[in-house]
Write a new protein. Structure first.
Length: 374
């Protein structure tokens, strides 16, 4: 009887995981519809909570305490400032990290999840249109609205990660050939999209792949490198602000080195200075050129500005805190390279993108050892 209950829980857990890519596609495809995106955030929250409850024995008292403190801190923020969507986005991200660090899923569920994500991303691109303007590629959604090039590039990054992870599991020469070809195709397209953050991912991914045996000797090397990148992400805005106006006419990929983000970061720091403990929600928009935005182009800086210091500290501790002794090499490399983007993008706090990357993290007990899987 007990075995039947356990198997039923495992089955429900895997079904819930396979349902998350559908919500990821909905959030991405209908990103301009606030009602749909919020509904997706709420449904994702309840699905993750259910997975948590089905595996409650895997979590410690400290896990419960940290989650409770974060909920209390965020509630205090929301009492004084708007920002329910941002709060749900963070809670989904944080609970997701907690779950995927400690809970194993069936190999079949992991594969189905990745396949559904790939199908969803390809559907997004199939329903979109594009045009070539000088040396740039511009994408438009099915309604004819221009899609931000950074968003398109980050979706391409997610597509590459999930496709390469599926193919490299087979350990066949033709799979390696497809992955290498896809790598260079994405690299060229992102160059046309002029997204330096996504380009950083592919450059770092390539370097880590070439030197994987030296860099990834130890299991905890992933976590060390990820936390290093996240800490560095705090320092980069400060460095940019110091160098601002001291370097003139220096361009990278056709864009000025100082693309306006230094002004966004300065405003974010000013708001953090006003409310460093609990943040200021989405009450105060940031001026980015001629438009107002809620994005700070820096994941932790935006999280601190919106929800305060407690979520930032908690995310630093639980990010990539993986207890599985065996993780696929491609996943390790991808997670490290993804984290580098956090210096310049708020993609994990973007309700239309975060699930595409959060679903890189789930694992299974049957994962091949890292030294034999690439």
């Amino acid at each position: 009887m007990n075995n039947e209950i356990v198997n039923k829980h495992l089955h429900i857990k895997d079904l819930l995981l396979c349902g998350l890519p559908i919500l990821a596609f909905i959030s991405m495809q209908y990103r301009a519809n606030t009602m749909v995106v919020n509904a997706s955030l709420i449904l994702t929250f309840f699905m993750l909570i259910l997975i948590w409850l089905l595996n409650i024995s895997k979590f410690t008292a400290n896990d419960f305490l940290v989650l409770l403190i974060n909920i209390i801190s965020i509630t205090i923020t929301l009492v004084f400032f708007p920002g329910m969507g941002v709060a749900l986005n963070f809670l989904n991200l944080f609970i997701g990290f907690m779950i995927f660090n400690k809970v194993d899923f069936s190999e079949k569920a992991i594969i189905v999840t990745r396949v559904l994500l790939i199908v969803g991303i390809l559907s997004f691109f199939i329903t979109s249109s594009f045009s070539i303007n000088y040396n740039w590629v511009l994408f438009y959604d099915k309604n004819g609205s221009l899609i931000n090039n950074n968003m398109v590039s980050l979706i391409l990054v997610a597509l590459y990660i999930h496709v390469s992870t599926l193919l490299l599991r087979k350990n066949k020469k033709w799979c390696y050939a497809i992955v290498i070809t896809l790598f260079f195709l994405c690299f060229v397209l992102i160059n046309l999209l002029a997204c330096r953050s996504a380009m950083l991912f592919f450059i770092l991914y390539g370097i880590l792949t070439l030197f994987r045996k030296k860099i990834l000797k130890q299991h905890n090397s992933m976590r060390k490198l990820c936390i290093t990148f996240l800490i560095v992400s705090f320092c980069i805005p400060i460095i940019f602000l110091i160098l601002y106006n001291r370097i003139e006419n220096f361009e990278i990929m056709g864009k000025n080195f100082f693309s306006g983000r230094e002004q966004v970061w300065l405003q974010a720091y000013q708001q953090i200075e006003i409310s460093p403990v609990f943040g200021s929600g989405t009450e105060f928009a940031i001026k980015d050129g001629n438009r107002l935005t809620e994005s700070t182009h820096n994941m932790l800086l935006g999280l601190w500005k919106n929800l305060g210091i407690m979520p930032v500290v908690s995310l630093l501790f639980y990010y990539a805190l993986n207890n599985r002794p065996k993780i696929e090499t491609n996943i390790i490399i991808s997670i490290i390279a993804i984290t580098s983007i956090a210096c310049f993008e708020s993609f994990l706090m973007d309700s239309s993108l975060y699930l595409l990357f959060l679903l890189v993290f789930p694992g299974t007990k049957n994962t091949k050892p890292i030294d034999k899987n690439m």
